[in-house]
Design a protein around this ligand. Structure first.
Ligand code: ATP
Ligand code: MG
Length: 325
């Protein structure tokens, strides 16, 4: 059974790529087979963290139909059991990522065979990023102890939930219309809790309320608190959990508190994951602890969703207009 773990964040520069590379090494050293996929399209730089030359075909080539499948892009790394699929730094693909190519990438992701597939995503709530994040019920969200990072993480999780619920109903359904209106803030109760949306959907069909409740129960994003400086930083993580529980009715699972460590930026300059050069640093210890939790905590199977659809672009745009005006 392959466990897919997308790694996202609301704010950029919080350590997604660093976590992807180092967790990959940690898991491989614990005997797991790991594939790292660079899906930060437009900002691919995972190869740099891994010390791999930027001269191999990657997801950009797949998007431009120069390659047939994700697994044909697999590259070995210096680490035993750790493999890599490059992004689009060689051949930019973001602007050409059609709905169908995105679906193809997602289908191929589910076809990869390894113990773990870790996906490095771009920052923010672009709808492609969210669709990749929804390849799992337990994706990782990286936050740093700064108010903006936590607020953006909350926004990201909220956008992901709307999309998750939206894709739980078929295309052109009345339910999707209601969700779009609700997320755009045009329906009564939109500014309150998500439970109000479940109630509205329940009026269309009584079964809907339990569909939404079940989705929300299964959706448990995992959170890494990165670049921590003091234990008081943990309280900022607790706040995120509190607002997620209160407003979104979901639980978050914290899987690690990772200290800020000067060996990390140095390792990037050396083009090697920090835990390779400094396996006994506090940063490395924290990464192994996160890897341990990922190996031992139960992972829910991925959500079974209806196809994402072109009309989904609309919901994301409206949601953003309403929330970031
Ligand atoms: N625990 C840490 N200690 C010290 N520096 C860190 C730590 N984690 C990340 N960094 C530094 O933060 C910077 C950003 O890290 P990284 O590129 O992994 O972020 P990102 O979230 O992937 O960014 P982007 O959103 O641009 O993809 C890097 O320079 C890295 O060295
Ligand atoms: Mg990155």
């Amino acid at each position: 059974m392959t466990t897919i773990i997308p790694i996202a964040s609301g704010k950029g520069g919080v350590g997604k790529t660093v976590c992807t590379a180092n967790l990959g090494v940690a898991l491989a050293r614990m005997g797991k087979t790991v594939i790292l996929v660079d899906l930060d399209l437009g900002g691919s730089n995972l190869h740099t963290c891994l010390g791999i030359r930027n001269n191999r075909s990657g997801v950009g080539n797949l998007i431009h139909k120069q390659e047939d499948s994700l697994d044909s892009l697999l590259v070995e790394t210096a680490e035993k059991r750790l493999f890599f699929i490059p992004g689009d730094s060689l051949l930019p693909g973001t602007a050409n990522l059609s709905y169908f190519r995105k679906e193809k990438i997602i289908k191929d992701l589910f076809g990869l065979v390894a113990d773990f597939v870790l996906i490095d995503l771009g920052a923010g709530s672009a709808y492609n990023t969210i669709d990749f994040f929804l390849c799992a019920n337990n994706g990782l969200v990286v936050v740093v102890p700064e108010t903006t990072s936590v607020l953006n993480a909350y926004s990201f999780i909220k956008s992901a939930i709307f999309r998750l619920i939206y894709r739980s109903f078929p295309n052109r359904s009345e339910e999707r219309r209601i969700i779009t209106e609700f997320s755009a803030g045009r329906l009564e109760g939109s500014d309150t809790k998500l439970g109000a949306l479940a109630d509205l959907l329940g009026q269309v069909n009584p079964d809907n309320a339990s569909i939404v409740t079940e989705r929300l129960q299964q959706f448990v994003p995992r959170v890494i608190l990165n670049m921590g400086k003091e234990t008081a930083d943990v309280t900022i993580g607790a706040k995120l959990r509190q607002i997620a529980r209160r407003n979104l009715e979901i639980e978050l699972q914290y899987v690690g508190f990772v200290p800020v460590d000067p060996s990390v930026p140095r390792a990037i300059l050396d083009r090697t994951p920090a835990i390779v050069g400094n396996p006994s640093s506090p940063f490395a210890g924290a990464m192994f602890a996160v890897a341990e939790r990922l190996v031992h905590s139960r992972t829910a199977s991925p959500p079974q969703l209806f196809d994402g659809n072109q009309d989904l672009d609309e919901i994301t745009r409206q949601f953003f207009k309403a929330n970031h005006a």
